[in-house]
Every structure is written in C-alpha cells, then in structure tokens.
Design a protein around this ligand. Structure first.
Ligand SMILES: [Zn+2]
Length: 253
C-alpha cells in the first residue's frame, strides 16, 4: 500500500520550465545563456511565443529578423512551442473577475467571444505560416474568461499552462498544467510550471536560475509528460484545497 502511494507521488512530481514573452524583440544575450544551460542538462522547456508582439516594453529589446527560423530550430530540438497571447497588449481591466481571480489587466478577458476568437485565429495563422502547429496556449498576465476557453477550443486548442493545483487537471474539456509561483520554487511533490521572464533578468537572476536547475534538473519534465498526467481523486482533492487557499490569500492582499 505504502509502495503504491509513493509511486503515485513520484509519477505526479515534476517541474516544467516555461519561458514567457518569447518574441522577435527580446533579451537575446540572456536567452543564449539559458540555452547553453538547458542543453547541458538536456532540458526541454516550453516557450510562450507572442506571434504578433506589439508590447512597447518588449520592443525596447534588440530584434532578431530570423526569429521564426530560431523558433523552428528550437522546435526541432524538441522544445515545446506554445502561443502566449496574440499582441501582448493589455486593453481591458479584469477587476479580479478573471477566471483565476488574479486581477490586473488583460489582452483577452472581457472581450466578446468574436473578438477573442479573431485574436487567436490571427495568431495561429502566423504560426502556421511558419510551419508551426499550436496545441497549447497561455494568456498574458494569466487572465481568461469563459469566452477565452470557448474560443481556444473552437480553434483546436485544448491545453493551457495556468491555473491552481498540484497536478495536471481537466476542466471544461481543457487540460491545465498548474502555474503557481512567480519565483522559482520546487514543491516536494506535484506537477508544476515555472513562469520565467528572462527579458528583465540581471546576471544575479541568471545565477539563481542556474543553481535551481543544477539542484532540480532530475525533476524537470517536458510538456508532453506534464500533459500525460491524469490527476487521480487524491490529487483532485488537493487541487481544490490549493485553489481555495490561494484565492483566499489573493483576496486578503
Ligand atoms: Zn507575457
């Protein structure tokens, strides 16, 4: 009985390395350092690519004109490519009414279903023009409403890296890989994802990441593994507990 339970825990433990804000304009020097580190440990991250970046903050970084070739090269190395919004421009406020209750501004929340599906379709076309099929999405600033999920499904996307929990879970026909912490943090068990914003990283941030990878590389999983997990009843119970606790904490703050 004990053996069985420990096997379940082991199978349900791992961290997915998710990079946010991958776009033609980015901190390429830092990205190259990360690539060397990931190669050293044979880690396959998931990259959140913004297909049509219009975010001025990101525009300040140097541009690579062969961006899509670089993405394709990463994909052939079995790095996973996900769609991270369409333009990364926030034009609506959620007033904490977004699906996960994070609050803050959003590219998708509050827009009509028609507007949201148009954004997703335009984004997918850019990927397709560059021979990249997208099956996974995560929204800028973690902000969704029910129309976002409806539009994603209509476009054939049934996988999202966001949400509360200690294991991959399915809701509304969509598989969610939970993303809990802003900082790098390895839970003793559970399936997790990082959110890495390397564009604003200093050398010190990189060193923290390097130490994290050196310490935890055996627990790093790829996207396919994270999606292959089906949370059992035990994990579902924990997911509900975590969701309620975090929602309460975020309401207090
Ligand atoms: Zn972002």
């Amino acid at each position: 009985m004990y053996e069985k339970f420990s096997n379940i825990l082991k199978r349900n433990t791992g961290i997915l390395i998710r990079f946010d804000d991958v776009a033609p304009n980015m901190n390429w020097t830092m990205m190259e350092k990360c690539e060397v580190l990931l190669n050293k440990f044979n880690i396959k991250p998931v990259l959140g690519v913004i297909p049509n970046n219009q975010d001025n903050e990101l525009m300040n970084y140097p541009i690579k004109n062969d961006f899509w070739n670089i993405i394709k090269k990463w994909q052939t190395k079995n790095w996973s490519i996900a769609m991270h919004g369409y333009t990364h421009l926030y034009d609506a406020d959620t007033f904490k009414k977004d699906y996960f209750g994070y609050g803050g501004r959003s590219e998708f929340f509050g827009h009509s279903y028609e507007e949201q599906i148009l954004k997703i379709k335009k984004g997918l076309k850019l990927f397709r023009d560059n021979n990249i099929e997208i099956t996974t999405f995560f929204a800028p600033n973690h902000t969704y409403d029910l129309n976002t999920f409806k539009a994603l499904k209509e476009c054939g996307i049934f996988q999202v890296i966001d949400g509360y929990g200690l294991s991959t879970f399915t809701f509304n026909e969509i598989k969610f890989v939970p993303q809990l912490f802003y900082n790098l943090y390895m839970l003793p068990y559970g399936i997790q994802s990082t959110q890495i914003h390397l564009n604003s990283w200093t050398e010190n941030d990189f060193q923290v990441f390097e130490k994290f990878i050196e310490k935890n590389h055996k627990k790093v999983i790829n996207l396919d593994y994270a999606l292959s997990i089906n949370s059992n009843t035990f994990m579902k119970m924990l997911n509900i507990l975590i969701k309620q606790t975090l929602k309460t904490i975020r309401k207090i703050h």
